[in-house]
Structure formats: C-alpha cells, structure tokens
Design a protein around this ligand. Structure first.
Ligand code: 4NP
Length: 152
C-alpha cells in the first residue's frame, strides 16, 4: 500500500482538491486498494474548517465532492506515514523540509508540477489569493495522472 500525502498552506483549497482528484483517479483505474491518500496543512490557521467555497464549487463542476474534508496541520506521524508528500509551492517545500523530523522524511517532499515536462519548478498558485479555482483544478488534473503513473 502506497501512502500519498498532499500538503498546502491551509488545507482548505489546493491539497483537499488534490486529494479528491487523486482518489477519483484511483477509482477510475481500479487502484483504490493500492493507495491510501490524505491531505494536511503546514499551518494550523484553518484547523477544523471545511474546504473553501470556491474549491467546493470547482470540484462540483467536475463531479467531485470534497465537502466532508476538514483541515488539519501535519504531524510527525504524517511524515512517517507518507511514502510521497506532494506539495503545491516553494513555501510548502521549505516549510515541510524545516518541519520534517529527519532527512528520510524531508526527501519525501515533492513539488506537484515538477512531474510535468516544461513546468518543473512552477508553483500551483494559491487560489485563496488568486480566486482562480478552475485554474487550480486544471493544473492538478494535469499533474495528478502523471503522479499516479509514476507511483503505481
Ligand atoms: P490553501 O489556501 O493553502 O490552498 O488551502 C490557503 C488557505 C488559507 C490560508 C492560506 C492559503 N490562510 O492564510 O488562512
């Protein structure tokens, strides 16, 4: 069983969207038994909160429901649990590498768009600031099938 952890700053926009999209891909490919997926925040700012209405709306537009999700900050157990930690921007990477309990855990941290040729090093910008939730969906929907291919 592969454990995939999606992480962003607040865990109310990008990472819960990624979790729902990745879970949907697993269902489409009949791989639900081979992966466990979760998402968490680098901050505790939004702890206990449901996804942003803009994120829920973008997900609904694509037939996905992330409404049951609640934000929570990453723990040392999450670093240990995860095989791969997929993050959205450079601040996420820097924060997680600082927070990682050890070097093995720090090495699990990946930038989401690095999997797409030509987009290496690009962030998935925070729709909490940009309000471009559909763009966030499209970037995740492009990158996550490539991550599934890489990890399966
Ligand atoms: P996310 O967006 O990291 O994609 O979930 C954000 C949500 C909340 C905050 C920042 C980013 N915040 O500062 O509360």
């Amino acid at each position: 069983m592969q454990h995939v952890l999606f992480v962003c700053l607040g865990n109310i926009c990008r990472s819960p969207m990624a979790e729902a999209i990745f879970n949907d891909l697993l269902e489409q490919h009949q791989l639900t038994g081979q992966f466990a997926v979760a998402s968490v925040a680098t901050s505790s700012e939004e702890e206990g909160n449901h996804p942003h209405p803009g994120a829920l709306k973008a997900m609904r537009a694509h037939g996905l429901d992330a409404s049951q999700h609640r934000s929570r900050p990453i723990t040392a157990e999450d670093f240990d649990w995860a095989d791969t930690i997929i993050t959205m921007d450079h601040a996420n990477v820097a924060n997680l590498q600082r927070m990682a309990p050890n070097r093995v855990d720090a090495a699990k941290v990946k930038l989401c768009l690095d999997i797409i040729p030509g987009r290496e090093g690009d962030p998935i910008d925070d729709p909490w600031y940009t309000h471009k939730f559909e763009l966030t969906y499209q970037e995740l929907a492009t990158a996550l099938p490539a991550w599934l291919d890489e990890l399966k």
